[in-house]
Ligand binder design. Structure first.
Ligand code: CMC
Length: 427
């Protein structure tokens, strides 16, 4: 029969028909498969969710084998070429490209919300002088929930929309303050005459000049990098956002959790790890030995491999092009030669080829950020800033989805069977 899966249970001889929809079966349809009346029913075991769709989504499409990435149907290379980050964020959040008036209104509203409450500034001042900016970022985003208690009304669409505006507008200010704090410089207030990325550069790098003027090439390059990082469907941090949001926590708390998930070196911390790896390799002539070490199981080639992409990450291709534009202004990052040699050898080596390990978005992004003057420990913060739009879109989509409930995976219990408490004297 078409569109059904027939399952025969050899334990009972019973046959079951399970509907196939959108290339999947519902895990709950397996519950009917029971060995006996008091059997709980069959579950699936899928650590790390390698083959489980946890939602239906209209936001981002990835074909990992063909290296295709679409936001709301639009190819990532076209958006990187022709769109801006704020326009792309609108697209991701609301499903369509904005008309001229809509984009102006969206930009105006974001611009109006860039200021941080002075108490948040004081809160940030409490961190150690050498605190990692990502630790500051995620704690401060979480702290915003105390400033905006109305955000708890997550079922009110207008309230949700206001928090979305606030978060997209305020994350650059938090990111910039976190950076200025870590280098002991005064915080710079937003400049509403500048673009989203221009203002961000202003808050990061302004010194004593009366008006900061961002370099247009660097401003655009950063905008492109933000477009590339804006969403990536159900990755680790987005799953955290949805998971926390599913308990109906406010979006600031959920986003703090998503940022925490992003912080790890296998996710958004990877571009920082790439830079540290390139620095450790030190020279092109050390590349073959490093590759041998990785192949021997001692460490990973950071910035390579992806759970979904089994071909060249389309974002990495765009980043390589952007890198050339940035280096023409800033000068070439000396670590680039090491990266190019690593890529050249890895793409010819059977270890990487047979495992379909290609450069991912983070392989080159750190080199650009470093050339633009960002310290290495700001890289994950930049990723989080851009991904905020994706996290919020996914959170909003989840709250509108009647299929969704509080996230609550099952487990296969493999611990001790029931036993009686042993007194200390008998242990
Ligand atoms: N270097 C060396 N070997 C690797 C690498 C790597 N970067 N990535 C995977 N492998 C090997 C792995 O050892 C395994 O080999 P074997 O089959 O012999 O055990 C095989 O490839 C499959 O790896 P996996 O760990 O099962 O793959 P995964 O889908 O669970 O992991 C990944 C995906 C991104 C976590 C992993 O490729 C990795 O650790 N990459 C380095 C970190 C990195 O660059 N992360 C950024 C991801 S892109 C940005 C983002 O979306 O966050």
């Amino acid at each position: 029969m078409a569109d059904t899966l027939t399952i025969t249970d050899n334990r009972t001889g019973k046959t079951y028909q399970v509907p196939i929809e959108s290339g999947s079966i519902k895990a709950m349809d397996l519950r009917q498969i029971k060995a006996g009346a008091d059997d709980f029913g069959l579950m699936t075991y899928d650590p790390a969710f390698q083959n489980t769709a946890a939602c239906r989504s209209k936001i981002t499409y990835i074909d990992g084998d063909k290296g295709i990435l679409l936001y709301r149907g639009y190819p990532i290379d076209q958006l990187a070429e022709d769109s801006t980050f704020l326009e792309t964020a609108y697209l991701i959040l609301f499903g369509e490209l904005p008309k001229a008036g809509e984009l102006d209104e969206w930009t105006r509203k974001i611009t109006m919300h860039t200021m941080l409450h002075e108490n948040i500034k004081k809160f940030m001042e409490g961190f150690q002088y050498d605190a990692h900016p990502m630790g500051i970022f995620l704690s401060t985003v979480g702290a915003l929930s105390t400033i905006y208690p109305d955000a708890k009304k997550i079922h009110d669409e207008d309230v949700r929309r206001l928090q979305i505006l606030r978060l997209i507008a305020k994350v650059p200010s938090i990111a910039a303050y976190a950076y200025r704090h870590s280098i002991g410089r005064p915080y710079i207030y937003p400049d509403n005459d500048l673009s989203f990325t221009g203002n961000f550069l202003n808050m990061l790098f302004k010194m004593t000049e009366l008006k900061y003027r961002p370099h247009p090439v660097l401003e655009r390059a950063l905008d492109i990098l933000f477009i590339l990082h804006a969403d990536h469907e159900q990755n680790c941090s987005t799953s955290a956002m949805r998971g926390i949001g599913s308990s109906q926590a406010d979006p600031y708390s959920a986003l703090a959790g998503a940022a925490a998930a992003l912080y790890g070196p296998l996710h958004g911390g990877a571009n920082e790890a790439v830079l540290r790896m390139l620095q450790e390799i030190g020279s092109v002539r050390n590349v073959p030995a490093f590759i041998q070490k990785v192949k021997g199981g001692d460490g990973r080639l950071m910035g390579f491999g992806h759970r979904v992409y089994k071909s060249y990450d389309p974002r990495a291709k765009i980043i390589k092009k952007t890198a050339d534009q940035v280096f023409s202004i800033t000068g070439r990052n000396p670590l680039l030669d090491i990266a190019l040699e690593l890529e050249r050898i890895a793409l010819e080596d059977d270890y990487f080829v047979s495992r379909k390990l290609y450069p991912n978005v983070d392989f080159y992004s750190g080199l650009i950020y470093q050339a633009m003057g960002f310290p290495v420990d700001m890289f994950a913060v930049l990723f989080a800033m851009a991904r905020t739009s994706g996290w919020l879109a996914q959170w909003d989509e989840m709250l509108r989805d009647p299929d969704q409930k509080i996230a609550r995976p099952r487990q296969l219990y493999i611990g001790a069977a029931r036993r009686d408490y042993t007194p200390m004297s008998a242990r």
